[in-house]
Each structure stands twice: as C-alpha cells, then as structure tokens.
Design a binder for this molecule. Structure first.
Ligand code: GLN
Length: 231
C-alpha cells in the first residue's frame, strides 16, 4: 500500500504503470470507428480535478467540454462530476443554477459519472447531512469515512465485469457507499466497503480513477454514454 506522500494529487501527471505485460487490457487509443462516433462528455468544471478527467475521457475516445453554466449542458451526452470538496461543489452548483439543469438532463436519460466528492453529490442520502444534493443515484454515502491512518491510500481492487485484472485505486479523504438502492449494482468493495457501483445511467466511484493511467473506468463510462445515446 502506498504512503500518503507517495500518492498523486490533482494536477500531478497521470501515474505511469510499471512496465510489464498488461494482460487483457484493451489498447488505450480509440479506433477510427470510435472517433467517428465520439460522444460529447461534459466535465463539471467549477472545482476539483477537472483536467485529469478531461484527459482520461479524451483518451477513452470522447469529445470533452467543461460545464460551468446550465447552457453548457445542452451540448453534452454525458456528465462527469469530479472529486474535490463536496460542500464547495454544492455551493457552486447552487450558485450557477446547475442543480436543476443537471437533474433535468439526467431525467432525460443523460448518464453521469461521479468520483469521490462527485459520488457524494449524486447520492440520495448522505449520512449525517440533513438534505442530499443532486439526489440522483439511490444510495447512501458517508463522507470522510476512513480514519486518520487511512485517510488517503492506494490499493488494488477487484472489479466485477472489468476485464484486465485488478484496478489500482487512489482514495483521498474518500467516502464509502454504505448501501445501494434499487437498480444499483455493486461492482467493487475495499475492506468490505462498497467503493464502486453502477446503474444503467450512472457510474459512481469513491476513489479517483482520473489520477492513474488505467483508463478502463472512463472507457466503461464512454460506452455507457454511447449506449444511452443510441437507446
Ligand atoms: N472529503 C471530500 C468531501 O467530503 C471528498 C474528497 C475527494 O473528492 N477527494 O467532499
């Protein structure tokens, strides 16, 4: 397990994987057919590790736009809610009038991918918080759920339905998903706690897939967006 000061921070270049065979991992470059069908994915760009997500989505074959205002949502087929500080993100979403706009687009079928603080924003229940925020994914989330010793750490997790072996996951003052509701499938646990889950139109991770060079979760989200677009 990595120590806290070894962990990447938002703004660091993507972590390189050690050399060696990468059995079963799909090539990271999109095929020409994928480029022709590239969906447009928005990254909520008000706070947090926005550019890392944008780069990972581009590598996964999407066009990327930053979403800062409600009108920016009109052009996107999917939306990523990055990590950062959920209380700050909440305030900025409220201030920019993005709450209703995001909820409306999700109601129309737009997929969302929330990581860390982004997962907190999506939950229908946040333990200890009087009201949820976007309240779009039926699940209960607890903020800052790891004690001081494990406040930030990186470890490999096994993910259901993900080819290519375990996923290296970076946790930074991460929440845990305490329970999932109807239509939400648990994809991975770490020390027994749910850390990755999915429904037909949402992917939620309590960790930071944008801080490693393993693009499998971003590719999974791009596929979800493609499927929703052609539904
Ligand atoms: N601890 C933060 C919060 O509660 C989330 C941390 C993160 O996104 N890296 O909002």
């Amino acid at each position: 397990m990595a120590r806290i000061h070894d962990l990447p921070k938002p703004g660091d270049p993507a972590v390189r994987e050690p050399p060696g065979p990468r059995v079963g991992v799909a090539p990271s470059r999109p095929t020409p057919a994928e480029i022709a069908l590239a969906p447009t994915i928005g990254v909520l760009g008000v706070q947090g590790d926005v550019s890392e997500h944008a780069a990972a989505l581009e590598r996964a074959g999407a066009r990327v736009v930053w979403v800062r205002r409600p009108e920016d949502l009109e052009a996107v087929d999917g939306l990523v809610l990055p990590g950062g500080e959920s209380t700050t993100l909440r305030r900025l979403l409220d201030y920019e009038g993005l709450v209703e706009a995001v909820r409306r687009r999700v109601g129309e079928g737009m997929p969302v991918f929330g990581t860390c603080a982004g997962a907190i924003l999506l939950a229908t229940e946040v333990t200890g918080a009087p009201v949820p925020h976007l309240s779009l994914v039926p699940m209960t989330v607890a903020r800052n759920a790891y004690g001081r010793q494990r406040e930030s750490f990186a470890t490999d997790i096994d993910v259901t339905d993900l080819e290519g072996g375990p996923l290296h996951a970076v946790f930074i003052r991460a929440p845990v998903i305490e329970a999932v509701g109807e239509g939400v499938r648990v994809l991975a646990r770490e020390s027994g706690e749910i850390v990755l889950a999915e429904s037909d139109r949402a992917l939620v991770a309590t960790f930071h897939p944008e801080l490693t060079s393993d693009g499998r979760l971003h590719r999974r989200f791009v596929s979800m967006v493609r499927a929703a677009r052609s539904a």
